[in-house]
Design a binder for this molecule. Structure first.
Ligand code: ZN
Length: 137
C-alpha cells in the first residue's frame, strides 16, 4: 500500500473480521519517515475476547439484554490510546456501539467489569456484570 493512502472504513472492517488479523500502527511524517510504531493489537487476543464475553453475558449498556456473544467488543478509550485489555474492553451491541460513538458518551471499565457510562447530557449509569451461574463456553 502506498504511503499516505487512506483505507476506507468498510475495508478495515472487512480486514478486522478475519480471525487472526493483526494491525500495526505505523505513523509517518508528511515525507513518509516513520516517526512512531505501535505494536499493540487493536483486536483483542482470543483469550481476552472470551474473557470479556464471559464476564459480561450481555451488552454493557444499562438495561440492555443483547447477548455478548453477538456484540462488538468496544474500546472504552479509543485504540491506540486505550489498550485491548480487560479494563478497556466491553461488549456493546451494534446499536449501542454506534450510540456511544455518535453521542461521544464516555465509558470506563473497572477491573471487576463494572462499567460506567457518562452521557454528554450529564447522566451517569453504572452496571455490574452478573455473576456466572455456569461456564459460558
Ligand atoms: Zn446494548
Amino acid at each position: 500500500m502506498a504511503a499516505g493512502q487512506l483505507i476506507p472504513a468498510e475495508v478495515v472492517r472487512e480486514l478486522m473480521s478475519h480471525p487472526g488479523a493483526l494491525f500495526h500502527r505505523l505513523l509517518t511524517d508528511p515525507a513518509g519517515h516513520l516517526v512512531e510504531y505501535t505494536p499493540k493489537l487493536y483486536r483483542p487476543k482470543v483469550g481476552v475476547d472470551r474473557f470479556i464475553r464471559a464476564r459480561h453475558q450481555t451488552c454493557a449498556m444499562p438495561c440492555c439484554s443483547h447477548p455478548s456473544r453477538s456484540c462488538d467488543i468496544d474500546h472504552a478509550t479509543a485504540w491506540p490510546l486505550g489498550e485491548s485489555t480487560g479494563t478497556n474492553l466491553a461488549p456493546l451491541d451494534r446499536r449501542h456501539h454506534r450510540y456511544k460513538h455518535a453521542t461521544k458518551a464516555e465509558v470506563s471499565i473497572e477491573k471487576d467489569g463494572t462499567t460506567t457510562v457518562k452521557t454528554r447530557w450529564g447522566q451517569t449509569y453504572v452496571t455490574k456484570p452478573e455473576p456466572l451461574d455456569e461456564p459460558p463456553f
